[in-house]
Design a protein around this ligand. Structure first.
Ligand SMILES: NC(=O)c1ccc[n+]([C@@H]2O[C@H](COP(=O)([O-])OP(=O)(O)OC[C@H]3O[C@@H](n4cnc5c(N)ncnc54)[C@H](OP(=O)(O)O)[C@@H]3O)[C@@H](O)[C@H]2O)c1
Length: 309
């Protein structure tokens, strides 16, 4: 195991965003150590060049040593599926508390980046949003730790399934939307999120104690028609999903998830998130602090995503 303080420690490295972050950090010449669940011991989703550390997300004792040996810590673990706040709590709240405890125990805590979510700005909408907000609150109460929070909007790119389903439908010419057709949503390609994290790493001093909501730089985000125009060359048919049907399906999904023992993505809380009129970001303060600029708007991101078509 490496023991110098030259590596970046990352949680959530096996996930959609975490995998891209690890690759990007390695490409930029950073040594990376990735947390894997102790019961898994190692993961094939993590590149060989990255050291894998089996450690529980809430194992403060072990985390203390790891944090003390790292030049930076990126918390990218998270639960995006669940029935209630308890389901979201371990990855979105308790793991952050454990990392705070570990950082406070380690002398000279390294910079810590929390990959939160734009949903944290609307905690009343869902248990997911509430858990992301609660995770952020833990850091806000720690002025002595060198933390930064990034709130991405919906992130898409290779390896993601959720946004891909929506974008594939739009590509075929079907705009199936839950919110209003003139809803304004910010989006971000996962490669741009990864480059933002690399930019943070180089300028973390300037980002201390700041919360940034960053997107692909499209002013006002995207309406459904703008998404259609960016993603598809076909004539578009729009279909608004009725709120009542969504609520019925979401409630049934949560009930089935209890019976069958899976973690549901589509829940009444998710419906409330989906119909929000606006989910918007603003890059200006993060760009001022780090020099980062996104490279891919949705048209370019979709071209990259659907390249083999
Ligand atoms: N995807 C988006 O559009 C989006 C947008 C905004 C914010 N975010 C945030 O970005 C973060 C990553 O999202 P993602 O889309 O990459 O999610 P993901 O693909 O579901 O990955 C989640 C990661 O967290 C780890 N994890 C979850 N629970 C854990 C636990 N109890 N112990 C240890 N590890 C645990 C998973 O490990 P295993 O592989 O071992 O399960 C995985 O590495 C999340 O915090 C999410 O809220 C995502």
């Amino acid at each position: 195991m490496q023991t110098d303080s030259s590596s970046v420690f990352i949680t959530g490295a096996t996930g959609f965003i975490g995998q891209r972050l690890v690759s990007c950090l390695l490409e930029q010449g950073h040594a990376v150590r990735a947390m894997v669940r102790p019961e898994k011991k190692s993961s094939s989703q993590i590149p060989l060049a990255c050291e894998q550390i089996p450690v529980g997300l809430t194992d403060v004792d072990k985390l203390t040593g790891i944090v003390a040996e790292s030049k930076a810590v990126i918390y990218c673990a998270g639960s995006v599926r669940g029935r209630n706040l308890t389901d979201f709590s371990v990855a979105n709240i308790q793991g952050i508390q454990a990392l705070i405890d570990a950082s406070e125990r380690a002398s000279n805590a390294p910079p810590l980046l929390l990959v939160s979510s734009l949903a944290a700005s609307q905690p009343q909408l869902s248990d997911y949003a509430r858990s992301k907000n609660a995770g952020e609150q833990l850091l806000l109460g720690k002025p002595l730790l060198p933390w930064t929070i990034i709130r991405p909007p919906a992130v898409y790119g290779p390896g993601d399934q959720d946004m891909l389903r929506v974008l594939k439908m739009v590509r075929r010419g079907l705009l199936l939307h839950a919110g209003p057709r003139d809803q304004h949503v910010s989006l971000l390609h996962v490669d741009d999120l990864a480059s933002a994290v690399v930019a943070w790493l180089l300028a973390s001093q300037c980002c201390r104690h700041k919360t940034y909501a960053i997107d692909d730089g499209t002013p006002g985000g995207y309406t459904w028609d703008a998404i259609g125009e960016a993603v598809s060359k076909k004539k578009l048919r729009a279909l608004k999903l009725p709120r009542l049907s969504m609520d019925i399906v979401a409630t049934a999904n949560v009930l089935f998830s209890k019976l069958l023992g899976y973690a549901p993505m589509f829940s009444p809380g998710k419906v409330r998130e989906l119909i929000q009129p606006e989910w918007l970001c603003d890059n200006s303060s993060f760009t001022d602090a780090t020099g980062w600029k996104p490279q891919l708007d949705l048209k370019q991101g979709a071209e990259r995503l659907f390249k083999p078509d």
